[in-house]
Design a protein around this ligand. Structure first.
Ligand SMILES: Nc1ncnc2c1ncn2[C@@H]1O[C@H](COP(=O)(O)OP(=O)(O)OP(=O)(O)O)[C@@H](O)[C@H]1O
Length: 304
């Protein structure tokens, strides 16, 4: 049985290269003000999943707050999906795609209050080659950019920017994909194939404006070229992109085969070069605390 009063804070001390003491202190005072109990778990980078599972078994928290980046959020999500334990996000990484997708505010106190709130979304989760994907996985030029960025040692947006030029010149794009979607087969050529449950990359680019986190489906989007005018549209809240630029297919499961090996990333983490991806969705299996405005603007049902 979970303990309604018990909150666990999972902190990744190295995420985003920042000191987490202010976060721990403010979470401690906010949790205390609500008469709840707090335990803090700091990740080490070694055996964290097993340690968190054991910690949960011993402390039975009703909610887990995560102070880290997308990697730490995925780690905790993989420990609690399918349970009633709710995840609260305190973005503190170099990449915070999930925070961007649920529209978290920037002020820490507001983030903590949302993470402890009763506004809860039961989100779908995609599994790509059995790897959990909370927002977007992709094959092609973005994954190649992430690989080059991770190898470069230059952090932040500047690192991304610097890597984009050699990546664009040296890439093997376009790639040829066969997409076996539910009961239909599509053959598409493109520079990037995204498998998306959410709308946005961590950078804020809104590549899947019609994606809904709890509709039981995900989208495969094949971007066909580097049309700058169309790419700029992804900075808008509701972009209408040309079908010459992107092909969008909504589905429950897919097998995607690339004619040649292609770079592959999941939620901002480079995985490897692959030829085949099997993707399927699990419906409403992860509870996340979200801003009330997000639930309202997306007409999403609140499900405790
Ligand atoms: N105490 C630690 N020391 C070193 N590495 C750690 C520690 N705790 C977690 N990690 C590593 O942090 C990574 C996850 O970081 P996360 O994505 O949350 O933040 P981030 O700042 O966005 O990181 P990155 O830029 O590497 O994606 C994992 O690779 C994990 O193994």
């Amino acid at each position: 049985m979970k303990s309604e009063n018990s909150i666990l804070l999972v902190v990744n001390p190295i995420a985003g290269d920042s000191d987490k003491t202010p976060i721990i202190n403010l979470v401690t005072s906010e949790v205390k003000a609500k008469n709840l109990d707090l335990e803090v778990f700091k990740t080490t980078g070694q055996g964290d999943k097993e340690a968190i599972v054991e910690f949960i078994a011993n402390h039975n928290p009703s909610r887990i707050l995560v102070a880290g980046g997308d990697g730490t959020i995925s780690l905790v999500a993989s420990c609690i999906y399918g349970t009633e334990i709710c995840l609260g996000i305190i973005p503190a990484g170099s990449a915070n795609g999930m925070a961007v997708n649920i529209g978290l505010p920037t002020a820490l106190k507001e983030q903590i209050n949302i993470a402890l709130s009763g506004e809860i979304l039961k989100t779908d989760v995609i599994f790509v080659n059995d790897i959990m994907c909370l927002h977007i996985a992709d094959l092609g030029i973005n994954a190649e950019l992430i690989k080059n960025y991770e190898n470069s040692g230059i952090r932040g947006k500047l690192g991304y920017f610097i890597q984009s030029f050699p990546t664009l010149f040296n890439s093997d794009f376009p790639f040829e994909f066969t997409i076996e979607a539910d009961n239909e087969v599509f053959k598409e050529t493109g520079i990037l194939l995204a498998i998306a449950n959410a709308n946005k990359f961590g950078t804020g680019a809104n590549i899947n404006p019609n994606g809904i986190l709890n509709d039981g489906k995900f989208e495969v989007l094949v971007f066909k070229n580097l049309d700058v005018f169309e790419i700029l549209k992804t900075t808008q809240e509701n972009p209408e992109m040309s079908s010459d630029f992107v092909k969008v297919i909504s589905m429950h499961k897919a097998k995607i085969i690339s004619k040649s090996k292609v770079p592959f990333q999941v939620d901002g983490e480079y995985i490897n070069e692959i030829e085949t991806v099997n993707a399927y969705i699990k419906h409403e299996i992860l509870s996340i605390a979200v801003p009330q405005s997000f639930l309202q603007s997306h007409n999403l049902n609140k499900k405790p």
